[in-house]
Design a protein around this ligand. Structure first.
Ligand code: NAP
Length: 264
């Protein structure tokens, strides 16, 4: 992992500091821009330094590069953020990778890397930052999960497992942190218009639901953080299939089997 770039001076007492992973692309970048506009000092993480701070709104951010599949890089990210600004008020754990296809066709290394980036890294980052938030009696942990983790998706079993695991982690942590001043927000996106699908090697080819612009989803997340929301669904109607599955799992599965994706 390289040294941080950007001005990187310690944040003043009245300023808020946000650490955003996956800030070099898509939803993470849009969230970083929205947080910059909301007045946050930023620590941005990704694998490409130039892409991290390319948007003019992010030119002042502290950029940290590294691979979230490597535990030492995750630890170093937390340490760098804390030493750059003295604290992190908001963690947006957003970085993630996908893969689509039948499980038996999935390479074992790819599955392990996905578990590392999507699930182990957010847990490790939280473990590194949480003690400092608890000491100060304030902070917010925001996790980008997926509707795949709430409902399951054919052809995305491992991806859905990482997101479902992150969801359960966040829910449990929220209970555990009650009364400490540290709070948890979960963003549950549906389909967002980002390079995610192209990068996973399988383009999004359904006509519905239509992908939401990343800026719109980022704005919903930042509003949720500002308003102290436990969870944010984007789009909001995603609450409905989640509720139907919870209340009537049998009929839900019959419908999902009829209309859901098939991979073989
Ligand atoms: P994206 O444009 O592909 O962005 C993914 C980000 O994660 C990039 O900044 C990427 O950094 C970073 N990343 C991936 N692997 C990494 C690694 N090993 N180490 C460090 N950083 C790594 O996708 P996106 O749609 O914005 O995804 C953001 C989050 O939203 C993900 O957690 C995804 O699962 C979730 N999500 C997306 C959708 C959707 O429809 N797009 C739906 C539900 C949930 P590099 O640029 O360096 O590769």
């Amino acid at each position: 992992m390289a040294e941080p770039a950007g001005p990187g001076g310690r944040a003043g007492a009245g300023e808020r500091v946000a650490l955003v992973t996956g800030a070099s692309s898509g939803l993470g970048r849009a969230t970083a821009v929205a947080l910059a506009r909301a007045g946050y000092r930023l620590v941005l993480h990704g694998r490409d330094r130039e892409r991290l701070t390319t948007p003019p709104a992010l030119a002042e951010a502290t950029a940290v590069t590294g691979d979230l599949a490597v535990p030492a890089d995750v630890e170093r990210l937390a340490a760098t953020a804390l030493s750059a600004h003295g604290r992190v008020d908001l963690l947006v754990s957003n970085a993630g990778v996908g893969w689509s296809g039948p499980l038996e066709a999935m390479d074992g290394d790819r599955a392990a890397a996905m578990l590392a980036v999507n699930l182990a890294a957010p847990i490790a980052l939280t473990r590194a930052l949480l003690p400092h938030m608890l000491d100060r009696g304030t902070g917010r942990l925001a996790y980008v999960t997926s509707i795949a983790g709430r409902l399951g998706v054919a052809g995305e079993a491992v991806y859905a497992a990482t997101k479902g695991g992150l969801d359960a982690f966040a829910e449990s942590l929220r209970l555990e942190l009650r009364g400490t001043g540290v709070a948890v927000t979960v963003l549950v996106p549906g389909v967002v218009d980002t390079p995610f699908f192209e990068r996973r090697g399988a383009p999004y080819d359904r006509s519905r639901p239509r992908p939401l612009p990343a800026g719109r989803v980022a704005a919903a997340l930042v509003r949720g953080v500002a308003g102290g929301a436990d969870e944010v669904h984007a789009p909001r109607w995603l609450r409905l299939p989640v509720a139907v599955r919870g209340a009537a799992p049998g009929p839900y599965r019959r419908l999902a089997g009829r209309f859901g994706d098939r991979v073989r």
